[in-house]
Design a protein around this ligand. Structure first.
Ligand code: GLY
Length: 321
């Protein structure tokens, strides 16, 4: 049954076994497993890679465990500013939104920008007005808040730190980076990628990271690869990390594994960044490199059992990473 495959991530960082209770680990594994299995079924039924990554990221946004959609982190001012991007490897069309706080599913707004606007990236109120005109669901900004994220903001502000993720890590330390993403190759041979995030805890109002930037946190091209990144957004932007993986494959002839390891394992750390990526090439090969202790991740090839991973070695339950 072809090479169709989907991979998802829910962020990378210092996710040691000792930090997660068995109940927390089970919750992450169950969520990742359910979402990747849904994406696999979509692909098995002949669904497009674009639809599979849209739906996978929408479901990740709906899950409060992850820093995207509901459960997003707070800005310094105690608000939410969400970013999302989607790219179709078949057409090289892309859509993105940044700094939105009232669209229930930012990835659907990014998809609407791709399909129903002449633009690529819309921000703030303009993006929201566009999304609502497209019939997307509006919510109050407080919809995205959770007590855990509020506590994280308070810890960050007490420490006067800007944090990259849920559990409160300084920008320059190797902890958890909350962003979600999906990449897929469908039965027709088309690639797609999608990425969504709440950004960084205690970030300045107006700060935008790599997630909604084509070529930085998200990229797809049928000629080579689909990539979704998670990590130190500023460094992923400076390295154009997602596109760099594609460029190393296209211009330098590197394999998917070599290109993704070069960018995530070498080029990102050189500039002081850390994080990870998920990537699928046009042959259906899969890479999920990360520099951190762990990365919430899952993959499912059509016809095979899904695989779920959290830690560098071994996994949570329900598969292997
Ligand atoms: N990588 C997500 C962000 O920096 O916003």
């Amino acid at each position: 049954m072809g090479k169709a495959v989907i991979a998802i991530h829910g962020g990378a960082g210092a996710i040691a076994r000792s930090r997660l209770s068995p109940e927390q680990e089970r919750a992450y594994v169950d969520a990742l497993s359910a979402i990747v299995t849904c994406g696999q079924a979509l692909l098995a039924g002949g669904g497009s890679a674009l639809d599979a990554v849209t739906e996978a990221v929408r479901q990740l946004e709906a899950c409060p465990l992850f820093n995207a959609g509901v459960g997003s982190v707070f800005t310094h001012q105690g608000r939410h500013e969400l970013d999302a991007c989607i790219m179709d490897g078949r057409t090289l069309e892309a859509g993105a939104v940044a700094g939105v706080s009232r669209i229930r599913y930012p990835i659907l707004a990014a998809r609407a920008v791709l399909e129903s606007s002449p633009h690529l990236l819309l921000i703030g109120e303009g993006a929201e007005t566009f999304a609502f005109l497209q019939g997307l669901e509006a919510v109050e900004p407080a919809f995205f808040s959770t007590p855990a994220r509020r506590a994280q903001l308070e810890r960050a502000q007490a420490a006067q730190q800007t944090l990259l993720d849920h559990d409160g890590a300084p920008l320059d330390s190797d902890r958890k980076f909350g962003t979600v993403g999906a990449v897929a190759l469908d039965l027709a041979g088309n690639l797609a990628a999608a990425t969504s995030t709440g950004g960084m805890t205690n970030k300045l109002a107006g700060r935008v990271g790599d997630s909604p930037i084509v070529g930085a946190g998200c990229y797809a091209n049928n000629a080579n690869v689909a990539v979704s990144c998670t990590g130190t957004g500023e460094v992923f932007m400076r390295t154009l990390a997602a596109y760099d993986i594609a460029a190393l494959m296209e211009y330098a002839g590197l394999s998917l594994q070599e290109a993704s390891e070069r960018v995530i394992g070498e080029k990102i750390p050189v500039l002081g960044g850390s994080g990870g990526a998920i990537a699928i090439d046009r042959e259906g090969n899969l890479a999920m490199p990360f520099t951190t202790e762990g990365m919430y991740r899952a993959s499912a090839r059509v016809g095979d059992a899904p695989s779920v991973g959290i830690y560098r070695e071994g996994c949570g339950e329900g598969g292997h990473g």
